[in-house]
Design a protein around this ligand. Structure first.
Ligand code: BGC
Length: 739
């Protein structure tokens, strides 16, 4: 099919070129020198009703038709968002068994968000964009920016954390860089897909203010600043209509208020109603009746909502072609930006640069949560033996978890990475410790691992304890995995606790060693009831192809950790707004009763101490903050204030610090969160070096969404700029007024 697609384009262009030579003689729709809108007008004028209908719905699991008669090629989509999904059979989810579709897995998006580094986001977008391009994909189904509302959401690992500002800053470079190479980003899942188990039937009850302030900003940034060419409607409903055909979300907000000119693509199987799909903003339908062609006699794609049923409504006179033409125009625009763009680079697959990008992003995203007595980094000069314990030290994590599952060229496990890094000089003793998920084949991709182990819990713990006793340092790799009800699409977690009796195992280990380092491999917060007995804790995420190398580099100190948490780790579930005041993961109406108080906003409002706060992350060096100074103590309409704070590396090695700016509105007529992130900067400092970090504060950072007037409002009065190393670690602040 790819070959056919290529030959159609080449054929059409060759024919034009050989008959006419000059591009000015090409019909407008094929003339690359013409403006895209002119080309679209011309293409539309030539298309029949059937051809128009054909391009607004799928023709296979991941592709939609072009206009073969006119030499307009098919459009190919791919998951996303951490690597390029293996080719699947025409009409099935399972892989097709190609041998040339192995990819690089980049760190999961939570890890990217934990870098707090927009350059990492740009590198990510560039690298994954090149992989998509090489594989001839036109639309990358990602990134995901749904807000982390509860640690139980099975899909949090695919998103960028709990804060709308952080997610907004991080999503923009990703989108821009993917699109630079002629591949569209399809930002997902718009909007409010914050839980999985009931994702098709849940209808979040969210007020306008919360919607605009918490759940929409990252999508808005992706569209307005990132210039996203497509967006994916979520599965859930909102105010009674499915998000894939939702008048408010799609027509009014996305296309109306934000002026989105791209195409709205349905999530796979997210379209439910033909009339709503026609009128409420959906442009391109995918995945409906996903049994597709396997049904037999007829082509099921013809009975998609935006296929024959739509055509019949036009033929019967119930609808004109007004809505159709808008959809076709948007889909053609998507095509002209991607599949019809003949001037895009080739891309590359599994290049050294991509592997290095995965490694670098991984090392920057790892978060050092606790490091008592500087037990980390592991000193290889003095350490003779390291016990490595836990299933996650060996388990491949790029397979499983739903649509983001990959088929990688290589994945370095933590155990392998460590072995390679420490070499012969240090003995490594491994014990499994627990048996969690032993699946090795996922959608016909075989990890090659055979993890079945019938030893009892008692035997596994006994072996781990024995190994721990014999080693100088104990590295425990546990956490979650990509199995159902862990970090996995389609299901939510059942609790905050670690699965597979890991707490019991960890407690047993703490009884025989005071040198236990817990590396949590997960995309979500977990409970740590044993925290006081474990001196070092590292958040290790899902780091993709280079996981083991990146972790080893940080654990032995080749790389100084510089990630910070993009979401709060609560002590217990009730310490989050969603589980205390709101409802989570429900069939039907689901009350987001906590409103704006998501993540650290809840901890601040209720004075609840987190286990680890949003923005928290340590380094092997230390940073001192001087006093913040402000250029003007007051700000006028249209103006800005500049705040400067000196930050010094007071330790003995180079490191990077993420300096965070929060704003507090001191005199508001409405409830406002105690403080909100409105700026951050990642600065690299040599030992002893001081740098001045500068933040510009504009009116936007002071505003709230006034749901009565339906606009953003900054009220005159006093504000405080709080600058610190984490949301619970403010080091300096200044007051200013808005006049
Ligand atoms: C997921 C999307 C994904 C699509 C295609 C859906 O189940 O929600 O994120 O892009 O499948 O695989």
């Amino acid at each position: 099919m790819k070959l056919l697609k290529l030959s159609i384009v080449v054929g059409a262009l060759f024919c034009m070129a050989s008959c006419c030579c000059k591009s000015s003689d090409l019909p407008d729709y094929l003339n690359p020198e013409k403006d895209i809108e002119v080309r679209i007008d011309d293409a539309m004028a030539r298309m029949t009703l059937d051809e128009k209908i054909a391009i607004i719905h799928a023709q296979s699991k991941f592709s939609s038709a072009g206009v073969p008669r006119l030499g307009i090629p098919e459009l190919w989509t791919t998951d996303g968002p951490h690597g390029i999904r293996p080719e699947v059979l025409w009409d099935e989810w399972v892989q097709a068994g190609w041998t040339n579709d192995r990819c690089v897995a980049f760190p999961a998006l939570t890890a990217l968000a934990a870098t707090w580094n927009t350059e990492m986001s740009a590198l990510y977008g560039k690298s994954i964009g090149e992989e998509a391009r090489y594989r001839e994909k036109d639309v990358l189904l990602g990134p995901g920016v749904n807000i982390y509302r509860s640690p139980l959401n099975g899909r949090n690992f695919e998103y960028m954390g709990e804060d709308p500002y952080l997610a907004s800053r991080m999503v923009v470079p990703y989108v821009q860089q993917v699109q630079k190479i002629g591949v569209a980003s399809c930002v997902k899942h718009y909007a409010l897909n914050n839980a999985e188990t009931y994702r098709h039937t849940t209808d979040p009850v969210v007020d306008d203010r919360t919607l605009y302030e918490i759940y929409l900003p990252a999508f808005k940034a992706a569209v307005i600043e990132g210039g996203a060419w497509s967006i994916m409607g979520a599965y859930n409903l909102f105010r009674g209509e499915h998000a894939c055909h939702n008048d408010l979300l799609l027509n009014k907000i996305l296309k109306g208020e934000w002026g989105f000119d791209g195409a709205v693509i349905s999530d796979w199987g997210g379209t439910h109603n033909t009339r709503e799909a026609i009128t409420n903003g959906l442009d391109l339908e995918f995945g409906t009746w996903t049994d597709g062609l396997t049904m037999g006699k007829t082509n099921s794609y013809d009975i998609y909502h935006l296929a024959n049923p739509y055509k019949e409504l036009i033929n019967s006179g119930e609808f004109t072609t007004k809505e159709l033409d808008d959809k076709v125009r948007r889909v053609l625009r998507l095509m002209y930006r991607t599949s019809m763009n003949t001037d895009k680079p080739m891309g590359s697959l599994v290049s050294d640069a991509h592997i290095e990008a995965a490694y670098t992003i991984g090392t920057e995203g790892i978060v050092l949560l606790k490091n008592e007595n500087n037990i980390l980094p592991i000193n290889l000069e003095t350490t003779k033996s390291i016990a490595v314990i836990g299933e996650n030290a060996i388990k491949m994590m790029t397979i499983g978890g739903g649509s983001s599952s990959l088929k990688v060229k290589k994945e370095v496990s933590p155990l392998e990475g460590l072995r390679k890094r420490v070499g012969e000089g240090v003995e490594i003793l491994y014990a499994r410790g627990y048996v969690g998920d032993t699946t090795s084949v996922y959608k016909r991709v075989d990890s090659g691992q055979r993890l079945a182990d019938d030893r009892s819990e008692k035997e596994l713990i006994a072996e781990a304890v024995d190994v721990a006793k014999r080693a100088d340092v104990v590295l425990y790799f546990g956490g979650l995995n990509k199995a159902k009800k862990q970090d996995c699409e389609g299901t939510d977690r059942e609790g905050l606790g670690l699965p597979y009796s890991q707490d019991k195992l960890i407690t047993a280990l703490t009884e025989v060693t005071d040198k236990l380092i817990f590396v949590n491999i997960s995309g979500n917060a977990v409970a740590m009831p044993w925290i006081d007995s474990v001196p070092a804790i590292v958040q290790g995420w899902y780091l993709g192809s280079e996981a083991g190398n990146a972790l080893a580099a940080v654990l032995v100190g080749d790389v100084n950790p510089s990630g910070k948490l993009p979401f709060t780790f609560p002590v217990k579930l009730e310490d989050t707004g969603a589980h205390s005041m709101g409802e989570f993961s429900k069939d039907g109406e689901e009350n987001y009763g906590e409103g704006l108080l998501v993540g650290y906003r809840w901890n601040d409002a209720k004075d609840v101490a987190p286990l680890f706060a949003f923005g928290h992350g340590l380094s092997y060096t230390t940073f001192e903050y001087g006093e913040a100074s402000i250029n003007r103590k007051s700000m006028r309409e249209g103006g800005r204030v500049t705040i400067t704070v000196p930050v010094t590396n007071t330790g003995s090695r180079a490191g990077k610090e993420i300096v965070q700016l929060y704003i507090a509105d001191k005199e508001a007529s409405v409830m406002r969160p105690e403080k909100e992130l409105k700026g951050f900067a990642k600065v690299e400092l040599a030992a002893g070096e001081t740098k001045s970090v500068k933040f510009e504060i504009e009116k936007e950072a002071l505003s709230f969404f006034d749901d009565k007037q339906h606009c953003w409002v900054a009220e005159p009065g006093e504000f405080e700029a709080l600058i610190g190393a984490a949301s619970d670690d403010i080091r300096t602040s200044v007051i200013f007024t808005l006049k």
